[in-house]
Design a protein around this ligand. Structure first.
Ligand code: FAD
Ligand code: UDP
Length: 378
């Protein structure tokens, strides 16, 4: 074995695939019973509808290198993500666009009029100098829209003072002064035609790659543990960075999600793939209805059944799946300390969302894995 990879998510599999193609023998271990990390999906047994087991995953990128790379393993449908949000009993398009603004203010503003209104309602805050989530949010959409669509959704999602959250979180969403209500701005988007798991399996399908599931890197009774491998061969580690160092610099905070899945005996529950719930009186943040991700499969999926999933957010304990890095100022200090420790680990490369404590989308995880391979490991 030339290389050990801990974690079979997109980061680990990209390194594995590149290394295997370059003639290296690679072993990938994962503590879960399946490959693919959080992008894993499977058919719901009663309906056959593809369900994204760890929350809905939409692929999008503007990076030509990543787009070319991912197309080696899968084709993509022409799905374009659009989200709606139910506020006080009325449905609005999200992200905020001219349609949202005009519906909310029951008006017919032109783009310039809407811009002027938002600027006035943003008050003292400016996008460039905004120091945190709240200031950035108000600067971007003005206080009334921020309070309707972002303040309480974010309180449910993060349970953290919005003045302690990074403004980068809200910058994930575009704000548009046109009626374009696409959720993403990227050049390319779509869903893998035959599902995420088929894509992930193709990445791992190489004679130089061995995948071992249900193996925990920190279980010293198994031969590929941290104790047995560090210093013996190069290791790519994509698990949580604080866990690797036994939490010596404190636990970094994460949000986790609880999913409540239901099979309903109706053809269509909400008419769209994702409906957000930004009000406090609804305990969940959003409902996914999976059949709408693949309208092209309508003849394959049963027409009188549907699968929905409600998403609830809370702080992660150590035994929970870590999903979103909270990234408060205290976390950032802890992360810097872990980065220093990581420099001292002989031939261990920390990568991916958990290994770098970053809110990485799939294309970013793949892109950074390609860079690690090209610039360092190869
Ligand atoms: P992961 O997929 O988390 O893989 C890490 C792997 O390491 C896991 O399989 C884990 O079991 C394994 N591991 C951890 N510790 C150990 C250990 N001790 N021993 C062995 N194995 C271990 N991205 C998008 O582009 N679009 C989206 O719509 C989108 N939606 C998302 C929704 C949710 C709820 C979440 C949480 C993420 C979403 N993402 C989305 C991000 C996407 O999941 C990540 O970019 C991608 O999964 C990153 O891959 P990774 O390899 O870094 O990490
Ligand atoms: N957000 C919000 N209201 C919405 C959608 C998003 O307040 O209707 C905020 C929330 O803080 C969320 C962030 O914007 O965490 C980023 O949204 P995105 O949809 O990208 O989150 P993800 O899909 O990663 O959960």
């Amino acid at each position: 074995m030339d290389l050990l990879i801990v974690g079979s998510g997109f980061f680990g599999l990209t390194i594995a695939e590149r290394a295997a193609n370059a003639g290296r023998k690679v072993t990938v271990i994962d503590r879960r019973h399946h490959i693919g990390g959080n992008a894993y999906s499977e058919a719901e047994p009663e309906t056959g509808i593809e369900v994204h087991r760890y929350g809905a995953h939409l692929f999008h990128t503007s990076n030509p290198t990543v787009w070319e790379y991912v197309n080696r393993f899968t084709t993509f449908t022409n799905y374009v993500h659009r989200v709606y949000t139910t506020h006080k009993g009325t449905v609005f398009p999200m992200p905020v666009n001219l349609g949202t603004i005009n519906q909310f203010f029951q008006s017919a503003y032109t783009p310039d009029q809407a811009r002027a209104l938002v600027r006035e309602q943003a008050g003292e805050f400016d996008v460039k100098s905004a120091a945190n989530f709240e200031e950035k949010g108000i600067a971007l959409v003005g206080r009334p829209l921020f309070e309707a669509f972002f303040r309480d959704y974010t309180a449910k999602q993060w349970q953290t003072d919005p003045q302690k959250l990074s403004g980068d979180i809200i910058s994930r969403l575009p704000v548009r002064y046109t009626y374009d209500n696409r959720y993403f701005n990227d050049t390319w988007e779509g869903l893998p035609t035959d599902g995420y798991t088929a894509w992930l399996e193709r990445m791992a399908d190489h004679p130089n790659i061995e995948v071992k599931l249900n193996v925990d890197y920190f279980d010293e009774s198994q031969p590929l543990s941290r104790k047995a491998t560090v210093g013996q061969l190069p290791v790519v580690y994509t698990g949580p960075v604080d866990r690797y160092f036994d939490y010596t610099e404190g636990a970094l905070s994460w949000r986790t999600l609880d999913f409540e899945q239901e099979v309903l005996n109706i053809g269509d529950f909400q008419g769209t793939s994702v409906m957000n719930y930004p009000d406090m009186d609804v305990p969940y943040t959003r409902i996914h209805e999976f059949k709408h991700f693949h309208p092209e499969r309508k003849d394959v999926y049963e027409s009188d059944k549907t699968v929905i999933m409600r998403e609830f957010s809370r702080f992660a304990n150590r035994e929970d799946e870590p999903y979103y890095p909270v990234n408060t100022p205290t976390d950032r200090e802890g992360l810097l300390a872990y980065r220093e420790l990581a420099k001292g680990e002989k031939d261990v490369h920390f990568g991916g969302r958990l290994g770098t404590y970053q809110y990485l989308d799939m294309h970013m995880a793949i892109g950074s894995a390609l860079s690690l391979w090209n610039n360092t490991l190869s």
